[in-house]
Design a protein around this ligand. Structure first.
Ligand code: IMP
Ligand code: MG
Length: 178
């Protein structure tokens, strides 16, 4: 275990097992369709890579990089740093995220994807931190790996200042490290 980690909350084996379950669920719900997984860079990358191995219907992947900043509305706003490569008009999309906290990022991204003409937009998230949610963004993940407490977590894609994304587990970062 990395010396900056206080406790391993979710092990690699547990993540793989849950990704397989979610992959099977998606495979049965999207039978006859060809969903596009939309990975939100960079935190979703390890989960997306694990999840897609367990999806048995034809599918595609694309990526977006967005960053949130406080706008004038209470929901904040997001800036698109990297947009999708292909059109998603009339497509069935599954956003893949590392964690839903306040819900601001996803709320905006869902709006953006529908404005691009998506037929359906669902959300697959490795982690959900419901205590972080703000009232104006009461969105839920359609496929949730694990519900987690309101602590600062790193690993399996989640970072602190771009560090720790490579850890093969979800850990609680020691307080003195941030
Ligand atoms: P929100 O739901 O718009 O607040 O933002 C979710 C994003 O905040 C995630 O994609 C992460 O980048 C970041 N985030 C939220 N909680 C954590 C955490 O515990 N560790 C690392 N990043 C986090
Ligand atoms: Mg993120």
């Amino acid at each position: 275990m990395h010396s900056d980690i206080e406790e391993v909350l979710i092990s690699y084996d547990e993540i793989v097992k849950r990704a397989k379950e979610i992959g099977e669920e998606i495979s049965s719900e999207y039978r006859g369709k060809r969903p596009i997984l939309i990975g939100l860079l960079k935190g979703s990358v390890p989960f997306l890579a694990e999840l897609m191995k367990h999806i048995t219907v034809d599918m595609e992947i694309d990526f977006m990089d967005v960053s949130s900043y406080e706008g004038t509305e209470s929901t904040g706003d997001v800036r698109i740093n990297k947009d999708l490569e292909n059109s998603v008009k009339d497509d069935d999309l599954i956003i893949v995220e590392d964690i839903i906290d306040t819900g601001k990022t996803l709320k905006k991204v869902i709006e953006i994807l529908y404005s691009k003409g998506a037929k359906s937009v669902k959300v697959a998230t490795l982690l959900d931190k419901p205590e972080g949610r703000i009232a104006s963004c009461d969105i839920e993940g359609d496929y949730v790996g694990f519900t987690v407490p309101n602590r600062f977590l790193v690993g399996f894609g989640l970072d602190y200042n771009q560090k720790y994304r490579n850890l093969p587990y979800i850990g609680i970062l020691k307080r003195e490290c941030y």
